[in-house]
Design a protein around this ligand. Structure first.
Ligand SMILES: C[S@@+](CC[C@H](N)C(=O)[O-])C[C@H]1O[C@@H](n2cnc3c(N)ncnc32)[C@H](O)[C@@H]1O
Length: 460
C-alpha cells in the first residue's frame, strides 16, 4: 500500500447547498461529567441523533429539539444505514456510542457501510469520529493503576468472531504477559467464554494474579470486585462489565490494583539513585543492547546447565541464547559455552559434511514436551523435497527441513557439542549432538567438527 500524507482541510461544499455530516460520537462510560467538550458540542450540533435505546437514555438531557432514532442492540448496521440516509438529505447526524466509537463501536461498521455506498473522504458528506473515554480507561481509573505497563484488550463476544480466533489471542497475550482488559466478558447466553478465558490464562499466569472486575463504571449501579485469576469466573459479571487482569508484576495494595511502570528495575526505591550497572535516561542493562551481555555474564558466573534450562530461565527462544553466546569474546566470555552461527546459505552444504561427524544423537522436541533421542549416522539422513528423512528398521525420523532457517554450532566445554537447527523464530527444529566413544569423542569426528567450526569463523 502506498504511503499517503493528508492535509486536514474540510471537503468542498457544492453550490452553497447544505451538506450532510455524520458524527460518530463516543460519550464515555455514561456519566455526563466524563463526556468530552467535543462530544457534547457534536451532539448539540446534530439535528438527528441515532443510538441504542440505553445510550439515548444516557444522553437524554442533550436531546431537546432533535429528532431521535432509537434502535435495538443488534441493529448496528441499521443505525449506520440510517445515518447515511439521513446525511444524504443534508442533515447533521450524530451516531452515538458508549465509550469510544472506534473501540468495539460504531466507527468501523459506519465506514464499511459508507464505502459500500461509494462514499470517499472527498465526498460532500463529511464524517468525524469524536473520541470518548473507552471502558478500559474508565474502569482502570476506578481500581488504581492497572494499565501502567503494556496492555491489550480482547472481546470475549463470539457473536461476530469465531472462538478459535479469540482463543488464540487470549493464549498469545497470556504468554506475552500483557495486562488484559476483557470486553463483553459474559451475557445471559454467553456464560462459558469467561470460564474458558480463565482456563487458558491459568496456563500462563499464577492463580494469584490480581483481577479487577468493574461493572457499570460511572453509572448508577457501579460495582467493583477485586479478586484473583483463579476466582475470576465465580464473580458477578454481566453485559456491562469489564474485566482487568494484571500481569506478572501487578499487585493489590489497599484495595487498589497496581501495575508497576518498571522504575524498580532501575532505581533504588529509597535513594532514587540508579542501581549498579544502570544509568538514568539510558536503556536498561537488560535492554536491547545489553541483555545479550547479561546472559553471557550469567553463564560466565557458572549458572548455566542445559540449553533448555537456559532458555527457560531467560524466557527467550534458543536462537537468542545462542546469538548471545556466539557474541562472547575473551573480555566478555560466556563461561564454557561457545557458539557460532551457520548462515542459511550454508545449510545445504552442511548436509554433505554431517557423515564426517560419526555417530550422532538426534534430539527432537515436540511442542507439548515429549523428547525423542535417536542414534544415527549423518549419511543416514537424506533429503526428499521439503523433508529430511532417516529411515531404519528401528525408527522413522522425518524432519521438516524447509522449516529450518539457520543453525548454530555450539558446545559446552568438552561436555557436549553439536549443531542446533532453528526455525525463523529461533525455536529448535532439531539438534544433532556428537556421541562419545567411552570417555572422549571420536577423534576423527571431533577433528571434522572443529574444522567445520574454524571454517565458519574464517568465513565470518
Ligand atoms: C460493545 S462493547 C462497547 C465498548 C465501548 N465502545 C467502549 O469504548 O467502551 C461493550 C462492552 O464494553 C464494556 N463497557 C462499556 N461501558 C462500560 C461501563 N460503563 N462499565 C464497564 N464496562 C463497560 C463492557 O465490557 C461491555 O460488555
Amino acid at each position: 500500500m502506498e504511503n499517503t500524507t493528508q492535509e486536514t482541510s474540510l471537503p468542498p461544499r457544492l453550490g452553497g447547498e447544505k451538506q450532510g455530516k455524520i458524527l460518530i460520537v463516543g460519550f464515555g462510560p455514561g456519566d455526563a461529567d466524563q463526556m468530552t467538550f467535543r462530544a457534547r458540542a457534536a451532539i448539540a450540533e446534530a439535528e438527528v441523533v441515532i443510538g441504542y435505546t440505553t445510550y439515548i437514555k444516557l444522553v437524554r438531557d442533550l436531546l431537546d429539539g432533535k429528532k431521535v432514532i432509537k434502535k435495538g442492540m443488534t441493529e448496528e448496521i441499521d443505525r449506520c444505514v440510517e445515518a447515511w440516509e439521513t446525511a444524504k438529505q443534508g442533515k447533521v447526524v450524530a451516531l452515538i456510542s458508549s465509550g469510544d466509537g472506534g473501540v468495539y463501536g460504531m466507527a468501523g461498521p459506519t465506514y464499511e457501510v459508507l464505502f459500500q455506498h461509494g462514499w470517499t473522504p472527498d465526498s460532500a458528506i463529511t464524517v468525524e469520529v469524536v473520541p470518548g473515554t473507552t471502558a478500559l480507561n474508565s474502569c482502570a481509573s476506578l481500581v488504581g493503576a492497572p494499565l501502567t505497563h503494556d496492555f491489550c484488550s480482547i472481546s470475549l463476544s463470539d457473536l461476530l468472531t469465531p472462538w478459535p480466533t479469540i482463543r488464540k489471542r487470549i493464549d498469545a497475550v497470556g504468554s506475552a504477559d500483557f495486562v488484559i482488559g476483557l470486553y463483553n466478558p459474559k451475557s445471559g447466553r454467553r456464560t462459558g467464554q469467561i470460564v474458558e478465558a480463565q482456563r487458558i490464562l491459568l496456563q500462563h499466569r499464577a492463580a494469584t494474579t490480581p483481577v479487577a472486575i468493574v461493572k457499570s463504571a460511572y453509572r448508577r449501579r457501579q460495582q467493583i470486585q477485586i479478586t484473583t485469576l483463579d476466582h475470576m469466573a465465580d464473580c458477578e459479571i454481566g453485559m456491562l462489565t469489564t474485566v482487568l487482569i494484571g500481569n506478572s508484576s501487578s499487585y493489590v495494595q489497599e484495595g487498589l490494583l497496581i501495575t508497576p511502570r518498571g522504575y524498580g528495575n532501575k532505581y533504588n526505591e529509597l535513594t532514587g539513585d540508579a542501581k549498579v550497572g544502570e544509568q538514568a535516561g539510558r536503556s536498561l542493562s537488560m535492554g536491547l543492547e545489553g541483555w545479550h551481555g547479561c546472559m553471557r555474564r550469567w553463564l560466565d558466573d557458572g549458572n548455566g546447565s542445559s540449553w533448555e534450562k537456559i532458555t527457560a530461565y531467560f524466557d527467550a527462544p534458543l536462537g537468542e541464547v545462542l546469538t548471545a553466546v556466539a557474541g562472547a569474546t575473551d573480555e566478555e566470555p560466556a563461561g564454557d559455552y561457545h557458539a557460532v552461527r551457520v548462515p542459511s546459505e550454508q545449510l545445504e552444504p552442511l548436509l554433505a559434511i554431517l557423515p564426517s561427524w560419526g555417530r550422532l544423537r538426534a534430539v527432537v522436541r515436540a511442542p507439548a514436551g515429549a523428547v525423542s533421542e535417536l542414534l544415527l549416522n549423518g549419511d543416514q539422513l537424506s533429503r526428499k523435497g521439503d523433508w529430511l528423512n532417516c529411515v531404519s528398521d528401528a525408527f522413522h525420523l522425518h524432519i521438516h527441513w524447509s522449516e529450518v532457517d539457520h543453525a548454530f554450532l555450539a558446545r559446552r566445554g568438552e561436555k557436549s557439542m553439536g549443531i542446533h537447527l532453528l526455525n525463523g523464530a529461533g525455536a529448535l527444529v532439531f539438534r544433532l549432538l556428537l556421541v562419545r566413544d567411552g570417555e572422549a569423542f571420536n577423534a576423527k569426528a571431533r577433528t571434522a567438527f572443529d574444522q567445520y567450526w574454524q571454517g565458519l569463523n574464517t568465513h565470518d
